[in-house]
Design a protein around this ligand. Structure first.
Ligand code: GDP
Ligand code: GDP
Length: 461
C-alpha cells in the first residue's frame, strides 16, 4: 500500500530541497530565487527506512494569467487531495508570513492531516520563527533543516503514525514486546522513546590512524551486508546493519568502511566537512582516539562538532593494550575532559582495544545507554515540580532596580537531543550563567549525563 506525502508551502521555504532529500536524488535544480520555474514532481522516497511517495508542489510560479494564490491553490488542492499526510513548510529564519498564515488557514479546513515543518532551523536563527509557528494552529512544529539533513528522526516520528494508519508500516509487534520485556524502564515515571524496530544510527569518527577501520572490522566480523545509500543519507554513504544485545544497529559511513570493503575509494582524509557530514547522519557518534594522544586539538574540534550538532557522543580511547601506565592515562583523560568539554558533563568514556576486541562490548553498551538518554522525554509535571524547587532555593539574580525576573513554566519540546523551553517575564535578561545552572541541574536531577541538551528561554505565558 502506498503512503503519499505532499509538501506544500509558499515559495522559497525549501520544498524542493526537502523533496530532493527525501527522493535521495538530485531531481530538481534548487535555486536561490523565488519564482524559478519547476514542474510539479513526485517520486518514490524513503526516510530512515520508511518508504512512501512524495509530491512536491513547487512550480506554480510560472503563472502569468492567474494570481499566485490561485495557482498555488490549484497545485495544493491536487496534492492535498492525493496525499495521506501533508508537510507544510515554513522558513523559520524568515518567521511566519501572511502567506504562511493563508496556507495554514486553508489546510486547517482540509481533511488531510498536516505536519508543520519549521525548515531552515539549523543553528539558532530558526528558533524564534519556530516558536512563532505554534500560532499557525497546526500543532507542534518539527524543527528541521532540509539543507543540512537535521530533524530527519523527528520528521520520521511525526510521519510514523500516519504511515501506520495508512497501513504502510509493517512492524513486527512480537519483536517490540520482546525488546521492552528485556529492557524494563527503571524509573517508571520517566518516559523513554525507544524505537526498537528502527536501527540506531551509529557513526564512528576520529583522526586518521586512531584505529577506526580496525574497530569497524571488529564490530562487524566479516560477512555483513553493505547496503547502498538511502534517502536521508548522503549519496555515497554506506550502511551496515547488525545486532548488539538484540538491538538493531546501523553503522553509517562515508569513507572509512569502503576502505576495507574493497570498494573503490580514493585515499581517505579527515576533512572537517567529511566529519561533519558523518556526524549529521548519526544518532550516536563514537569518537575514537589514540591512547598515546588523548584529546588532542583535532579530537576536541570533533567532539565540539558532535555536541553542537546535538548528537550523543561516546568517547573511545583505543589501543589501550599498548598503554603502559593506565592509571596515569585515565587521570590525564579525566582532567582534559573537565577542562576542555565542560558543557557536557559525564560524557561516557570507554577504553578499548580494537585489535584484541577488549572493551568493545562495553563501548556498545555505552552507545545504547547514551542513545536512550538522548531519546528521553521528561513529563512537564515533573519538570515544573523540579523548577519550582530550584526557583525557591536558587532564584535568578535580581535585576537592576531590584525587580526579579519571573520564570513561570518549563516544558520539553523535543528529544534527540533533549530540548527545553522555559517561559520567563523578561527572557532577554536571564543571565547565561543561570541558563547553564538550569541545564546542569536538569542533567543531574534527571540523570541525563553525557548528552547535549538545549534550553530556550521564551517570553510570555
Ligand atoms: P521552494 O521554493 O519552497 O521549493 O524552496 P527551495 O527548495 O528552492 O529553497 C529555497 C532556498 O532556501 C534555496 O536557496 C535553498 O538552498 C534554501 N534552503 C532550503 N532548505 C534550507 C535549510 O534547511 N536551511 C537554509 N538555511 N536554507 C535552506
Ligand atoms: P584508521 O585510519 O583510524 O581507520 O586506523 P586503522 O584502523 O587503519 O589503524 C591504524 C593503525 O593502528 C593500524 O596499524 C592498526 O593495526 C593499529 N591499531 C588499531 N587498533 C589498535 C589497537 O587497539 N591496539 C594497537 N596496538 N594498535 C591498533
Amino acid at each position: 500500500m502506498t503512503f503519499t506525502v505532499a509538501i506544500v508551502g509558499r515559495p522559497n521555504v525549501g520544498k524542493s530541497t526537502l523533496f530532493n532529500r527525501l527522493a535521495g536524488r538530485r531531481l530538481a535544480i534548487v535555486h536561490d530565487m523565488p519564482g524559478v520555474t519547476r514542474d510539479r514532481r513526485e517520486a518514490a522516497a524513503s526516510l530512515l527506512g520508511m518508504e512512501f511517495r512524495v509530491i512536491d508542489t513547487a512550480g506554480f510560479e510560472d503563472a502569468h494569467d492567474e494570481s499566485i494564490e490561485a495557482r498555488m491553490r490549484y497545485q495544493t488542492d491536487t496534492a492535498v487531495a492525493e496525499a495521506d499526510v501533508v508537510l507544510m513548510l515554513i522558513d523559520a529564519r524568515a518567521g511566519v508570513t501572511p502567506l504562511d498564515a493563508h496556507f495554514a488557514d486553508y489546510l486547517r479546513k482540509q481533511k488531510t492531516p498536516v505536519i508543520l515543518v519549521a525548515n531552515k532551523c539549523e543553528g539558532k536563527a530558526g528558533a524564534p520563527g519556530m516558536y512563532e509557528s505554534y500560532g499557525l494552529g497546526l500543532g507542534e512544529p518539527v524543527p528541521f533543516s532540509a539543507e543540512h539533513g537535521e530533524g530527519l528522526a523527528e520528521l520520521f516520528d511525526a510521519l510514523r503514525p500516519h504511515a501506520e494508519a495508512a497501513g504502510a508500516l509493517d512492524f513486527d509487534d512480537d519483536e517490540e514486546d520482546d525488546f521492552f520485556a528485556a529492557d524494563p524502564v527503571d524509573d517508571e515515571e520517566i518516559e523513554t522513546e525507544d524505537r526498537p524496530e528502527r536501527p540506531l544510527q551509529l557513526v564512528i569518527v576520529g583522526r586518521p590512524n586512531v584505529g577506526k577501520s580496525t574497530l569497524v572490522n571488529r564490530l562487524l566480523g566479516q560477512d555483513r551486508m553493505l547496503t547502498g545509500p538511502e534517502a536521508g543519507l548522503t549519496r555515497d554513504a554506506i550502511s551496515v546493519d547488525w545486532q548488539h544485545r538484540d538491538r538493531g544497529i546501523r553503522l553509517v559511513d562515508t569513507a572509512g568502511l569502503r576502505k576495507r570493503a574493497n570498494i573503490e575509494d580514493p585515499v581517505e582524509k579527515l576533512s572537517a566537512s567529511n566529519t561533519l557530514e558523518a556526524i549529521r547522519m548519526a544518532e550516536v557518534v563514537v569518537l575514537v582516539m589514540d591512547s598515546a594522544a588523548i584529546l588532542d586539538k583535532q579530537d576536541l574540534t570533533i567532539a565540539r562538532m558532535v555536541v553542537e550538532e546535538g548528537r550523543s557522543l561516546v568517547i573511545a580511547i583505543n589501543k589501550w593494550d599498548a598503554v603502559e601506565k593506565p592509571q596515569e592515562a585515565l587521570q590525564r583523560l579525566a582532567d582534559r575532559l573537565e577542562t576542555s568539554l565542560p558543557m557536557v558533563r559525564g560524557l561516557p568514556t570507554v577504553t578499548i582495544s580494537a585489535l584484541t576486541g577488549r572493551g568493545v562490548d562495553k563501548m556498545m553498551d555505552a552507545v545504547l545507554a547514551v542513545h536512550k538518554t538522548w531519546n528521553r522525554r521528561i513529563p512537564t509535571s515533573q519538570l515544573n515540580r523540579w523548577l519550582e524547587d530550584v526557583l525557591s532555593h536558587h532564584p535568578p539574580p535580581a535585576m537592576p532596580g531590584g525587580r526579579r525576573l519571573k520564570i513561570r513554566y518549563m516544558t520539553q519540546i523535543k528529544a534527540r537531543p533533549p530540548t527545553f523551553v522555559i517561559f520567563a517575564s523578561k527572557p532577554e535578561q536571564l543571565p547565561e550563567s543561570y541558563s547553564r545552572y538550569l541545564i546542569n541541574g536538569l542533567r543531574e536531577n534527571f540523570k541525563m549525563a553525557g548528552v547535549p541538551m538545549r534550553l530556550y528561554v521564551r517570553g510570555g505565558r
